[in-house]
Design a protein around this ligand. Structure first.
Ligand code: ADP
Length: 269
């Protein structure tokens, strides 16, 4: 009877091991599949602007006798080149976020983070005729990767401005709630259909309205936001109503203010 119990236990252990190994393989396969999809999507997205650059270069060549046309094609070439540059830089960001571990974590003052991004988007807001306003709680800190968080907030702000009509407002609000800080970017823009709301965080996904409104987008901004926030142990939520506006809310774990922590460490030693 004892022998039977031992062999039953051995069988149980073996089957558990097999299960763990299998789970590991599926995880590996999933990551591998994600990488393959990413490369496939990326190549597909790069083909259009690369093709356009080739065609425009040919057009410039054959319009050599007409300076007006040459200038027009040159302008379009520049636009395509800009688009390629922003596409590649976003692809790099996303691929870094999907593979590398965070490197330099530090105390990030949420107030400074927001001020820097509002500054960086002042020109875009000006030319769109959109007013950006900052409100809510002050003094929040998070422990994080400053450039990554800056890029995430910057993408939300850039979208809020880009998908808003002239004369409207974009609000950046902060709420400290227990151990979480919420940063909300709210606009009064075109909004997002309910059927698109889940999907806008997927890479290269663009809602139809946006596609017809503006060709400049890459469809990578929100995928970067999602990965950046998740990497910091946070989450991003979306509320939107077509024609009324959208609010993206980023929730991040709050860090104690650095001076407070330094003081406590000093007292302890
Ligand atoms: P894009 O470069 O196209 O803006 P994103 O990943 O940043 O790519 O956004 C994906 C899509 O989500 C956009 O194409 C647009 O359809 C929609 N979207 C994002 N932000 C907003 C917003 N603030 N208002 C309306 N639609 C938005």
């Amino acid at each position: 009877a004892e022998q039977r119990a031992v062999s039953a236990r051995a069988r149980a252990i073996t089957s558990r091991l097999v299960l763990i190994v299998l789970r590991d393989i599926t995880e590996q396969e999933r990551v591998e599949q994600m990488r393959r999809d990413f490369v496939a999507n990326t190549s597909h997205e790069l083909k259009t602007p690369v093709g356009a650059v080739g065609l425009l270069a040919e057009a410039v060549d054959s319009a050599a006798d007409d300076p007006g046309q040459v200038r027009e094609f040159a302008r379009r070439l520049e636009r395509e080149a800009d688009r390629l540059a922003s596409l590649t830089s976003r692809i790099m960001s996303l691929s870094r976020l999907q593979t590398e571990e965070p490197t330099t974590l530090r105390d990030v003052a949420v107030d400074d983070l927001i001020a820097a991004q509002i500054d960086a988007h002042a020109a875009q807001a000006d030319s769109a005729g959109v007013r950006v306003m900052r409100g809510g709680d002050r003094g929040a800190f998070v422990h994080g990767d400053l450039p990554v968080l800056g890029e995430a907030l910057g993408n939300l702000l850039a979208n809020a401005i880009a998908y808003s009509p002239s004369g409207s407002h974009v609000g950046v609000g902060v709420k400290i709630e227990g151990r979480v800080v919420e940063i909300a970017v709210a606009d009064q823009g075109i909004g997002i259909d309910e059927s698109d709301q889940e999907r806008v965080f997927e890479r290269f996904y663009r809602a139809d309205q946006a596609r017809s409104r503006r060709t400049g987008g890459t469809g990578l901004g929100l995928a970067i936001v999602k990965h950046a926030v998740q990497r910091h142990g946070g989450e991003v939520r979306l509320w939107s109503q077509p024609g009324r506006g959208s609010t993206f809310t980023v929730r991040l774990p709050l860090a104690p203010p650095p001076t407070h922590r330094a003081g406590r460490a000093a007292r302890r030693s």
